[in-house]
Ligand binder design. Structure first.
Ligand SMILES: Cc1cc2nc3c(=O)[nH]c(=O)nc-3n(C[C@H](O)[C@H](O)[C@H](O)COP(=O)(O)O)c2cc1C
Length: 303
């Protein structure tokens, strides 16, 4: 399984364990805490053309088996990403994928064209699914036709792999996935958070400054598995599956649902060593089951 990888346009991500956008910073935050030899790629926090302050605090609230966040795509913007973040992450011993967000096609294109010259950026995760900002790409995530236009334009803008990060909310992802795979997307990253609300009962207010947010963590795992399994039924493209993974058993479930790789998000806040633990757990699982690789983890009662 050490040879297991996900290949996108000739770039190999090995092992097929990704750090989910927004939960690993730009990667440098985990230096010294995570063994990057168990990380196929760090997917950065979203990058937008201009700096974004994000949503008002509080931006994170705990819930049972998960958390609700409304960070709101806070990021220093493309210019600072190029001048400050890229030099800081040059030595990270893992591949970097940049999560790209915007309000319209022009925004996404600007970020991609600005980052194309940097070899360090190996792929783009196109975020059409942020539930926490009014114009966080979610308008694309809910509209197959505008998603098609977006992907076609971005395909023209880069040779690097394009990974589409979709929202599991509603049914539109099925249609978007079908259109996206014919428009030049190389893989899907699924799922993003689920729209959620928490209240502060003493103050009688919303718990988050933005009122609503997105739920992540173990609470969403069965919902995420359901969505990944449905997505698999309409696409043969690779799926980087995740949502609530905390241990190798969860990871196995995502492979059974049809994922080709997994992403670790909220778990990193409590266990930065999880990539190594999950890798080792998967390794033992496949040998215990007499399998050769992660690709052999298949449902026996699919039909
Ligand atoms: C604090 C926080 C910030 C996030 N920021 C982003 C982001 O900028 N772009 C994005 O596509 N997803 C973002 N996500 C979603 C995660 O990448 C992931 O899809 C989601 O949390 C589900 O996985 P998990 O349950 O393993 O955390 C964020 C999640 C959290 C918890």
């Amino acid at each position: 399984m050490t040879e297991d990888f996900l290949s996108l346009r000739g770039t190999k991500y090995s092992p097929p364990i990704f750090l989910a956008s927004g939960t690993a910073g730009s990667g440098k935050e985990l230096l010294g805490f995570t063994d990057f030899s168990y990380v196929g790629a760090v997917i950065t926090k979203a990058v937008t053309p201009k700096p974004r302050a994000g949503n008002p605090p509080p931006r994170i609230a705990p819930s049972y088996s998960g958390l609700v966040n409304s960070i709101g795509l806070a990021n220093p913007g493309l210019e600072s990403f190029v001048s400050e973040v890229i030099p800081e992450i040059e030595d990270i011993p893992a591949k970097i994928i940049v999560n790209v967000a915007g309000e319209d096609v022009k925004d996404y294109k600007e970020v991609i064209e600005g980052l194309n010259p940097f070899d360090l950026v190996t792929a783009y995760e196109i975020n059409i699914s942020c539930p926490n900002v009014k114009k966080g790409g979610i308008s694309f995530g809910k509209d197959p036709i505008s998603s098609k236009v977006l992907i076609e334009k971005l395909r023209e803008a880069t040779e690097k792999p394009l990974i589409l990060k979709m929202t599991p909310h509603g049914d539109e992802y099925i249609q978007i996935a079908q259109i996206a795979q014919d428009s030049g997307v190389d893989a899907f990253s699924f799922v993003n958070t689920f729209p959620a609300v928490l209240f502060d009962i003493e103050k009688r207010t919303f718990a988050l400054g933005n009122k609503t947010g997105g739920l992540s963590g173990p609470a969403i795992k069965p919902l995420a598995l359901h969505a990944v399994h449905r997505l698999r039924s309409v696409t043969s493209l690779p799926i980087i599956g995740g949502g609530g993974i905390t241990g190798y058993k969860d990871a196995v479930e995502f492979f059974l649902a049809g994922a080709n790789a997994i992403s670790l998000g909220t778990v990193l806040f409590s266990d930065t060593d999880s990539p190594k633990k999950i890798f080792n757990g998967l390794k033992k699982y496949i040998s215990r089951h007499g399998l050769k690789s992660l690709n052999d983890i298949k449902l026996k009662n699919e039909k």
